[in-house]
Design a protein around this ligand. Sequence first.
Ligand code: FAD
Length: 288
Amino acid sequence: MIPGAFEYHRPGSVDEAVTLLTQHGDEGRVVAGGHSLIPMMKLRLAVPTHLIDLGSVADLKDIKAVGPVIEIGAMTTQHDLIASDLLAGACPILREVALTIADPQVRYCGTVGGNVANGDPGNDMPAVMQCLDASFLLRGPKGDRQVTARAFYEAAYFTARADDEILTSISIPAPATGHGYAYEKLKRKVGDYAIAAAAVVLTMEGGTCKNAAVALTNVGDTPIYVEAAGTSLVGTPVDDGVIAKAVAAAKAAAQPAADMRGPKEYRAHAAGVMVDRAIKRALARAKG
Ligand SMILES: Cc1cc2nc3c(=O)[nH]c(=O)nc-3n(C[C@H](O)[C@H](O)[C@H](O)COP(=O)(O)OP(=O)(O)OC[C@H]3O[C@@H](n4cnc5c(N)ncnc54)[C@H](O)[C@@H]3O)c2cc1C
């Protein structure tokens, strides 16, 4: 399919991009890696008449530690996440997740900003950002504001980002040294979106869980942060009985729709299995 006609803009700064977005209102759309937007345009599910390419905007492609916080620029590609030594040491779940996304060709172009801003419940990064308690920095005509990943997602393709705002970076409080982590994704084949997936990050101290977070991908209209699942692990040795409670909490929170990936009962069950596996793998990796 051929997309509708559009005018192409290539701003050199975030402010210039915001001005263009403000000027063109509903008709304008930013493009980052283009690996979600361009297929939507080819299907005419998105028909922007002004395409604002962030490819030449300086300072949006960076991964750095600022004190106890990791900052990732919105135009950082999924390949950059995989290749980052800083993330491999400080926040390895991001590498693990990025490796489950599509294939190398997609990951060379697809950006972390596009993945979290898109609002597609099938995207893998949003649940992980919720698990890590990340915040998204947005710039619009009125300046900058921050929204937590846990408060960002409202419905499928609807987020707290206003139409005239650009996501510039993601801030992640660096998880504690020795934390355990895992992302478990059930998919029909390599390159597919998840039937169900689960992210777990936890910290152990003296054999007891100090903190834990659990979130789900593609079993609802939005990523689902399951606070009750994380809370049920805290203060325990994370034995099988406690894991079963966390799994039950996650299954109760899942609201999958039936689709080509299976009926809703199967996908809710799969979400539970992914949580069980992710907790056990995170626990095996945790030191303390
Ligand atoms: C074959 C294939 C398989 C895939 N499989 C998976 C998968 O398994 N898991 C997964 O997570 N993803 C998957 N993807 C999606 C891929 O990861 C996308 O690249 C990603 O979701 C979007 O990133 P992008 O940079 O390409 O964004 P774009 O396509 O350029 O943009 C996506 C949307 O986000 C908006 N946007 C982009 N950047 C910003 C910004 N900085 N500020 C505000 N709005 C912005 C755009 O306006 C657009 O609405 C797949 C894609 C393909 C083609």
